[in-house]
Ligand binder design. Sequence first.
Ligand SMILES: C[S@@+](CC[C@H](N)C(=O)[O-])C[C@H]1O[C@@H](n2cnc3c(N)ncnc32)[C@H](O)[C@@H]1O
Length: 229
Amino acid sequence: MREIGPVTASSPRHGPDHDHPAHGRPGNGDDAAAWDEWYSDVDQVWSGRPNGALVAEVTGLAPGRALDVGCGEGADAVWLAEHGWDVTALDVSQVALDRAARHARHAGVTVRWVYAGLVEAALSPSGFDLVSAQYSALRRTPTAEAERALLAAVAPGGVLLVVHHADVDAEHARSQGFDPADDVQPGDVAALLDDRWVVEVDETRARAVEGGAGAHHRLDQVLRARRRR
Ligand SMILES: C[S@@+](CC[C@H](N)C(=O)[O-])C[C@H]1O[C@@H](n2cnc3c(N)ncnc32)[C@H](O)[C@@H]1O
């Protein structure tokens, strides 16, 4: 099933914090069209394999309803579906979603693809047993809309998993027109957790990725929190 959600050209978006195989990246404030253009420059941006932190943190959880925020080319969503999860995956890039859907077809799994930004998507409150945001380029705002949307999507007893790079060269990124400080970080989400949540993992750890645009990153910041019932 494909749902077309509200992506507005004026919604502020910003680009990935790594080098694109083909060229630099969109700058802060760029929108969904910039992500489409960025993805379109090469046939495949990412490795095609699920993120290591996702696999490490989700293996062993009882499958339920999962939300993959900023799913990109869909490797995480496909892996989740292959492991019994009922997956909804959203992204602002139609180009990325088309590739993700193709990946799912080849894998023989079904994923609900949603073309929308996290904040603009009309997600059912408390609708997911797992909400995963892996290197999602969610923009920080004074009112923490993206962080609150992540929290609001998690069902009682469910898990929120937020992973981002812990080794970004901020000076280099800024020289390319992108400020990593504008990205929602796991720490921003952790700062909003109250006693309705249990922090199960909050750490920096090594990562190893072969191939794809993010392969040079070697450190992850991982936050896994469970919402109390
Ligand atoms: C660095 S990529 C990570 C993709 C994927 N999670 C992965 O690990 O391969 C960030 C993704 O977030 C998407 N994105 C950017 N702004 C977004 C937003 N507001 N809501 C949802 N996705 C967004 C981009 O289109 C892009 O696919």
